[in-house]
Design a protein. Structure first.
Lengths: 333, 352, 333, 352
C-alpha cells in the first residue's frame, strides 16, 4: 500500500507536531526542578516518558484509523495520542493536571482516555492488550468494521498479559493489530537481556498469525505494513503482529541519565532520526516544497502552543469532583 | 431506609417458585440478555459445561457461542477484554471460576476495570459484572476455598456483592448487570445449589419470574432482635440465623443483618441496629486480618462508640490458608457455636 | 536414546502402580458420596483429578531424573508424583487428610510437597512454571548438574505465567524442561477453542529453543525425547519444550459427567490406552515374560494397598499443628 | 518488651554515620551477600541502573550479573522463580518495582510464596524477601502511588515490614534476609532518599556499619506522651511526629508508635499505650476500606474497649485512586494537620 500525498503530509504534520509537543513538555517539566532534581516539583510533577524518535510508529499506523477504531497505548503515549487525534488542549490540560483536562487532572500523562476517538492508556506494562482485544471483540460481535490496535514496547512482550491477549485475539480471529515499538531498551535492560529471541515477529507463529518486522524506524514501511494488517483485520481475517525497530531519543523518563547506554549509541540514534529524513524525502520527491513543509510545522506549533496556553490558564481541579467519578452514577434501574 | 430480607418475611404468594441461587442468577442473566443485546458472558467452561457453578445453565443453547463464550485459561486477557468491550458499549459478564485465582488477573480488575471511570473523569464507564465463586467447607483446600472479600473491598472503584439467598441473588444480579460500574458478584459455593455440592436449604426461596432489582448498597434485616446485632453476608448470614435461634433458647434476642453489598456498605443500617442493641458481633468467612469484619467493627467503634455496651467482636477465618483435612477446615470455619460463645462472652464482659 | 530393559520395566512398574493407585483413590473417593453426589462427603472430600491414561508423560520423563532434580506438577499430579518417587504412604495420607501426610493433611491432593525428591505442586494453572524455573536457576548458579521440569496441561499454555517462565528460562539458558500434557481438553474446552495453534511445539520458536511434539501417548517416544532434552539441559544448553499427545481416561474431576465429549471419543481413547499396549510390547519383545510382569504388578498393588491401609489407620491432624506451620520458625538471627 | 525508636533516642556515638534508607538497605544486602553465598537479587533495572529506588547501588560491580540479575518485565515468572529457588536453598531478594504492579504477579506471592511452608507442613520454607516501593506525594498518579499494605496483610503466610528511617531499614532488612519466611519489604518512596525525589530529613540517621538485626514484629515508641496514642508506620510516622509537635503547642501530649512491622503486628505495644492514654488515632496512607488502620482500630476496640475514653479514629487515604494533579493528591493524603484536627475532635467528643 503506497501512501498518498495527503497522507504523507498528514504523517509529517503529526510527527512534527508530536516532536514539538514533547519538546515543550520537556521544558515545562524541567521548570522548578533545578538545581536539585526532584520529580515532585514544578508545574508538571511525577514521571514523564517522552516519545521523541518513535513518531513513525504512531503515524504509520494511525493514518489508517478512524475515530471509531480503538487504540490503547502505554506509559509513553503522547505520539500515539496525537496521531490518533486525541483532543490536544484537553490532553495537555490533563498532563498539566488541570480541571479542563481529559479527566480534570485526575489521571495524568499515563492515563489518557478520549472516548471521542476511542483512545485509552494504561501505565501497567502490557495491560493495554486486553482492553484492545475486548474492543475488537465488541466490534466483531456487533458486525462493525472497526479495528483495535494495542501499542506495547519490545520489553512488554515478555509480560504474561501480552501472550494471553495475542492468543485470545488469534483464536477468536478478532480485528486486532499489536504494534511493538522496539526501541531496544526496557528502561535500562537491553532487548538481548530480556527477550529470548532477537525479533518478536517470530512469536507470531505461536498464534498462527502474520508477524512483520520493520527495521530502521521507517515511516513508509510502517504505513505499508499497518495498512495491510488493518485491512486484513477489517476483512475479518484476524490479527497481525508488527514489530518496529524504533529509537528512543530521550531517557526512559525525564531524569534518566542513561548511564547504561553504550558510548556513542545516543549520537548514532540522532543521526538516524526519521523526522528530518522524512522531511527531506517530502521535498526531494516533490510531495511538498520548503514553504509547505514550514507552514505545516508552523501550524502544528501553533496548535501545541495554544493547547499549552489554554492549559496553563485553566483552573485547578477540586477533590470533590475527583471523588464523584470513582463510581459512575447509576441511572434508575 | 432499611430493607427486610426475604429470609425474614417470605413473600405471600399462592404459588411458590423455589429455586437455587445458581438458577436465580442464570435466570437474571438470561432475562437481561433477552432485553439487552449488549449483554454477553465470557469465562471458562461456561458454555457446554454450563459453568462449573451452574451460573449459565442452558444459556449456550438459547444465545449461542457468540454471546456465551468459553475462553482459554487466560484470565488477564479475557477480564482485560471485558474492560475494553465495556468501554465501547458492551455489557460483559465475566466469570473468574474461583476467587482464589484473582492473583493471576488482579491488575485487570483493580487497575483497569475499577479505575476506568476515574481515569476518564467519568467519560468512559465500565459496566461489567465479574462473577466468581468463594468459600470453603467442602475440603477444596488452600487454593480453592478462600473468600477474599476484603481483597476486592480494599480497592476503590468496584462494587462488591454477595447474596445469601436466591431472591437477593436475582435482584442483585439484575442491578449488577445494569450498573455502569464494575460489580464483583461473589457466590458462596456452599449456598449455590449446584449439582456437586449440598446447599443450605434456606437459600432456596421463592423467586418471582418477572425482572426486579435489589439496590446495591442496601443491607437487609434478617431477624429482629434487641440484645445484640449479628452482622453477616452470604454463608455467615445462615450461621447467624442458627446462632440467633440458639441464643433465643438462652433468652438472648439477636438481630441479624445481611449486608448483601460489601461495597458500598450500608453502615447506617448497622449503626441503627447497634444503637438499639448496644452490642455487635460480625461474622466473616474471609481471613481476619484487614478483613471486612474488622472494617465493620472499626466503623461502628468510630461512629457508635458511646452506644456500645460491650466490646465489639468479630468471628473470622484464622489467618491461615484453608486446610484440606475436613477436621481442620471445620475447626477453622466460623460456626453458629462460635457465634453463641462470642455473644455470651461479650455480654459477660459487662459484668466486670 | 533407547531405553534399557531395566528402565522399561521400571516405567511399566510405575505406570501400572499409578493406574492402580488412581483406581483405589477413585473407589475411596466415591465412598459416602452416593446416592446424591456431594463433593463434601466421604473419607476423601473435595476435588479429585485423576491421571488415568497420562502415565506415559510421567514415566518417560522421570526415568531420567534423580531425587535432586526438581519437578513441579499441577492439579493432576499423582502419576508424576509416583514416577518422581514421592513417598507413597505420606502422599496417600496427605490425600486422605491424615496427620501422617506429607503436610499432615493440611494441603491435599493438589499440593503435594516432598523435599526428599524435590517435588512440588500448585493448583493454580501454570503456576508451577515459575518455581521450576527458579529451581533451575538455583542449580545453575550453584554449578550443580540438576535439571528442573514443569508439567502443565495443554490448556495451561495460554496462561501468562507459562509464557513469562518460558522466556525467562530461555533467556537465562536454564536447565529446564517444560512438559505439556496435551489431553485435548481443559475441563470442557477443547484445544481448538482455547489455543490459536494446533500444536504447542511451534511456540518453542518464540523462545529460540527446541520444541518437540510426541503423538499417540507413546511412552518410548516420550522417554527418548525427554532423555535428549534433559541431557541438553544438563549440558548447559538451555530449555526444551515437549508436548505429548495423551489421553484423559476419566472426567476432568470426579463427578464430571463429560457431556461435552463427542460421542464415541471416550471409547476410542480406551482402545488406545498405552498401559496394556506397553505391557504387550514388553512381552512381545521379550523384555519380560508374563510372570515377571505379573509380579511387578502385584508388588505395585501391594505398595499401594499398604499405603492406603497405613493412611486409613493414621490419626486425624489437629488445628494447632496446622497453625504452627503458616510461618516457619525463625531461628536465632 | 516495647522497643524505642532511634527517632526518639538517637545513639550516642562520637562519629555519626548518617545515611538514607536506600543506602541502608543496600548496605544490609551487600553485607549479607558477603556472608551468605545463597543470597542474590533479581528484579527489573537492579543492575546497571542500581534499582529505580536505589536499592542495589553498586552491587552489580561487587557481585556481578549472576547474583545481581536484571530480569525481563515478567514479574510472575521471576517472583515464582524466587519461590522455587528458595525451595531448594537459595535466599532470593526480588524487587517488585512499584507495589502497584502486584496485580500482575499476586498469585506467585500469596498462593506460592506465602503458602509454601504451610502446604509442605513446614518441610519446605520460603526464605525470600520481596522489596517494593509504595506511596505517593509526588504526582505519580493512580497506578504508581498506592501503598496496598493491607492487600498483603490480608493474606496469611508472609511477613510485612515498612521502615520509617535508615536505622530500622538496615536492621529489618538483615532480619528479612535471614527469615525463613517470605518478607514483603515495603519502602515508601517519599522516605527512600533517592536521587530523583526529596526525602523527609528525619529518615537519614546514624546507621552502624556493623551488621545488626531488628526483630520483625516489634513496634517502637517514637515519642512518649500521655493524652493520645498516634500509631503510624513509614511515612505516617513522620506526620505523627509533626502532629505531636503541633499538639504539644496546644497542651496535648501525644505518644507516637511506629509499628515497623505490619505482619506480625505488635498489638501489645499499642494496647499498652492506649491503656495509658485512653485515646487512639491510627494514620495510614493506604486506602481506608479494609486497611491496616481499620484493623488496628478494630483490635484495640475489641481488646481495650473499656480503656478508651474517646472513640478510636483513623486517618487514611480516601477510597479513590491516587489523583495525579498535585492539589488533588495533597488534599487526599494524610497530613499532620488532619491528625491534629482528628485528635482535637475526639477529645472534644468526650465533653458531650
Ligand atoms: C507490570 C509492570 N512492570 C514494570 C513496570 C515499570 N516499567 C515502566 S516502563 C518499563 C519499561 C518498558 O519497556 P518497553 O516495554 O520496551 O517500553 P519503552 O519504555 O521502551 O517505551 C518498566 C519496566 C510497569 N509499569 N508495569
Ligand atoms: C488460573 C487458573 N484458572 C482456572 C483454573 C481452573 N482449572 C483447573 S484445571 C483447569 C483445566 C486445565 O486444563 P489443562 O491445563 O489442559 O490440564 P488438564 O486438566 O487437562 O490436565 C481449569 C480451567 C485454575 N486452577 N487456575
Ligand atoms: Mg523499549
Ligand atoms: Mg488438558
Amino acid at each position: 500500500m503506497t501512501a498518498r500525498n495527503d497522507t504523507l503530509l498528514w504523517m509529517y504534520d503529526r510527527m512534527a507536531m508530536s516532536r514539538y509537543y514533547e519538546e515543550r513538555i520537556r521544558d515545562i517539566y524541567l521548570e522548578g526542578k533545578t538545581p536539585l532534581f526532584n520529580m515532585a516539583n514544578g508545574p508538571l510533577p511525577g514521571e514523564m516518558h517522552l516519545s521523541n524518535g518513535q513518531e513513525p510508529c504512531a503515524v504509520g499506523v494511525c493514518a489508517h484509523l478512524g475515530p471509531e477504531d480503538f487504540v490503547s497505548a502505554g506509559h509513553r503515549p503522547h505520539h500515539v495520542a496525537i496521531a490518533k487525534g486525541v483532543d490536544l488542549p484537553a490532553m495537555t490540560a490533563e498532563i498539566l493536571g488541570k480541571s479542563t483536562g481529559l479527566s480534570a487532572g485526575q489521571a495524568g500523562h499515563m492515563h489518557l482516555f478520549d472516548p471521542a476517538v476511542n483512545f485509552t492508556c494504561s501505565g501497567i506494562i502490557a495491560q493495554g492488550m486486553g482492553p484492545a482485544v475486548g474492543a475488537a471483540l465488541a466490534f466483531k460481535m456487533r458486525g462493525e468494521p472497526h479495528v483495535a490496535v494495542a501499542y506495547v514496547g519490545e520489553a512488554a512482550v515478555n509480560q504474561g498479559a501480552w501472550h494471553e491477549a495475542m492468543n485470545l485475539a488469534a483464536v477468536w480471529k478478532l480485528p486486532f493489530v499489536c504494534i511493538i515499538e522496539d526501541n531496544a531498551w526496557g528502561v535500562s535492560v537491553p532487548k538481548s537481556a530480556s527477550t529470548a529471541v532477537p525479533r518478536n515477529d517470530v512469536r507470531a507463529a505461536g498464534y498462527g498469525i502474520p508477524g512483520v518486522f520493520i527495521p530502521n524506524n521507517d515511516t513508509l514501511a510502517v504505513h505499508a505494513a499497518a495498512g495491510e494488517a488493518i485491512a486484513r483485520a477489517r476483512r475479518g481475517e484476524g490479527p497481525t503482529l508488527i514489530e518496529i525497530e524504533t529509537y528512543r531519543l530521550e531517557g526512559h523518563f525525564m531524569g534518566d541519565v542513561e548511564a547504561y547506554r553504550p558510548e556513542g549509541e545516543k549520537e548514532a540514534l540522532f543521526a538516524k532520526d526519521e523526522l528530518p529524513r522524512f522531511r527531506a524525502m517530502l521535498i526531494d520527491t516533490g510531495v511538498a516544497d520548503e514553504a509547505l513543509v514550514a507552514s505545516i510545522e508552523g501550524a502544528g506549533r501553533q496548535r501545541v502552543d495554544d493547547a499549552i496556553t489554554h492549559s496553563r490558564n485553566s483552573p485547578d481541579p477540586v477533590l470533590a469532583g475527583a471523588l464523584a467519578t470513582v463510581f459512575a452514577e447509576s441511572e434508575d434501574l | 431506609m432499611t430493607a427486610t430480607s426475604v429470609l425474614l418475611a417470605p413473600p405471600k404468594v399462592a404459588k411458590q417458585r423455589k429455586i437455587s441461587i445458581a438458577k436465580a442468577i442464570t435466570e437474571a442473566t438470561a432475562q437481561e440478555m433477552r432485553r439487552d443485546p449488549s449483554v454477553f458472558v465470557m469465562g471458562e467452561d461456561i458454555g457446554a459445561f454450563n459453568g462449573v457453578f451452574g451460573m449459565t445453565t442452558g444459556l449456550l443453547d438459547e444465545f449461542g457461542a457468540e454471546r456465551i463464550r468459553d475462553t482459554p485459561i487466560s484470565e488477564t486477557a479475557f477480564i482485560g477484554a471485558a474492560v475494553g468491550a465495556a468501554a465501547v458499549g458492551q455489557k460483559p459478564i465475566v466469570e473468574l471460576m474461583f476467587v482464589d485465582f484473582l492473583g493471576v488477573c488482579f491488575d485487570a480488575i483493580y487497575n483497569l476495570a475499577a479505575k476506568q471511570s476515574y481515569f476518564s473523569g467519568g467519560a468512559v464507564t465500565c459496566p461489567m459484572v465479574l462473577t466468581t465463586s468463594v468459600g470453603g467447607g467442602y475440603s477444596d483446600a488452600g487454593q480453592h476455598s478462600q473468600c477474599l472479600y476484603a481483597t476486592f473491598a480494599h480497592m476503590p472503584g468496584m462494587k462488591v456483592v454477595s447474596p445469601s439467598n436466591a431472591y437477593d441473588a436475582k435482584g442483585l444480579m439484575v442491578s449488577a448487570i445494569r450498573d455502569p460500574n464494575p460489580v464483583i458478584f461473589m457466590c458462596h459455593k456452599g449456598l449455590q445449589g449446584i449439582g456437586w455440592l449440598g446447599t443450605v436449604k434456606r437459600t432456596i426461596v421463592h423467586v418471582p419470574e418477572d425482572l426486579y432489582t435489589i439496590p446495591i448498597g442496601e443491607a437487609a434485616v434478617v431477624r429482629h432482635g434487641t440484645d445484640v446485632t449479628l452482622v453477616g453476608w452470604a454463608s455467615t448470614v445462615h450461621l447467624a440465623i442458627d446462632a440467633a435461634d440458639a441464643l433465643a433458647q438462652q433468652g438472648v434476642s439477636a438481630e441479624v443483618i445481611d449486608i448483601r453489598s460489601i461495597v458500598p456498605l450500608d453502615i447506617d443500617t448497622i449503626l441503627k441496629s447497634v444503637r438499639r442493641t448496644g452490642r455487635l458481633v460480625v461474622i466473616d468467612e474471609d481471613y481476619a486480618n484487614c478483613g471486612v469484619a474488622g472494617e465493620i467493627v472499626a466503623r461502628v467503634s468510630e461512629r457508635a462508640f458511646r452506644d456500645l455496651r460491650s466490646p465489639p467482636a468479630r468471628i473470622a477465618y484464622p489467618d491461615m490458608p484453608p486446610p484440606f483435612a475436613r477436621v481442620l477446615e471445620q475447626a477453622a470455619l466460623p460456626s453458629a457455636g462460635k457465634i453463641v460463645e462470642t455473644v455470651m462472652e461479650i455480654m459477660s464482659d459487662e459484668q466486670h
